[in-house]
Design a protein around this ligand. Structure first.
Ligand code: GTP
Ligand code: MG
Length: 197
């Protein structure tokens, strides 16, 4: 799929103020700083659509971006970064939970995982609760450019092995780099396939 147009629509702290749930949408979640906003920009061929920062806690609201006038990408606050501070973390958790409960048009939640890290309890807990709530999700391993190919594959194999101790089947998985565009076609083709289901 080619992205012909990408425009910012609105930012909301209250999910009730988000656009009417009439178009399919795809949201990005994961720890603060994992690269959610950067990945949205990479998919849209820009550096300016979603605001990014090396300081965790940059995205604080639900941000809707209209793509090709027909579906949305949604940038969410991150979860669980100690440096973000407890009150902000709690605020983000509420925004995320309300969003996930309310958006009947959310076709797939992309759960972003830093490809450099071993499986983290926080992410495993999040995915478990998403599955229990029957939220459709896929995983994206981010910042792949920061690893050599061998180390990247080893980390992902280890992640799969760890998940398979608990999960009967694995979710769809992608590998991405906002630096070099890795994963872009796979993720956009997946979205196109879901959009046309
Ligand atoms: P919050 O909004 O704070 O939750 O963070 P986020 O998940 O949206 O992360 P963001 O996209 O703002 O990126 C965080 C930092 O990681 C920035 O300094 C980015 O430049 C960097 N970054 C993100 N993706 C990549 C990547 O694929 N490769 C590399 N090398 N750096 C990345
Ligand atoms: Mg962000």
């Amino acid at each position: 799929m080619v992205i012909r147009s990408a425009q910012f629509v609105c930012s909301n702290s209250d999910v009730k103020s988000c656009p009417a749930p009439k178009l399919p949408e795809y949201a990005f979640i994961g720890r603060s700083n994992v690269g959610k906003s950067s990945l949205i920009n990479m998919l849209c061929n820009t550096r300016k659509l979603a605001k990014t920062s090396s300081t965790p806690g940059k995205t604080q609201l639900i941000n809707h971006f209209l793509i090709n006038n027909s579906w949305y990408l949604v940038d969410l606050p991150g979860y669980g970064f100690a440096r973000v501070g407890q009150s902000l973390r709690e605020k983000f958790s509420k925004i995320i939970a309300d969003y996930l409960n309310a958006r009947t048009n959310m076709m797939c939640l992309f759960v972003l995982i830093d490809a450099r890290l071993e499986p983290q309890t926080l992410d495993m807990d999040f995915m478990r609760s998403a599955a229990l709530s029957q939220i459709p999700f896929a995983m994206i391993f981010t910042k792949a450019d920061k690893l050599k190919p061998g180390a990247l594959m080893r980390n992902i194999e280890y992640y799969k092995k760890t998940m398979l101790q608990e999960w009967a089947e694995l979710p769809q998985m992608f590998i991405s780099s906002a630096e070099n565009g890795m994963g872009k076609d796979d993720i956009l083709n997946f979205i196109e396939e879901v959009n046309t289901r």
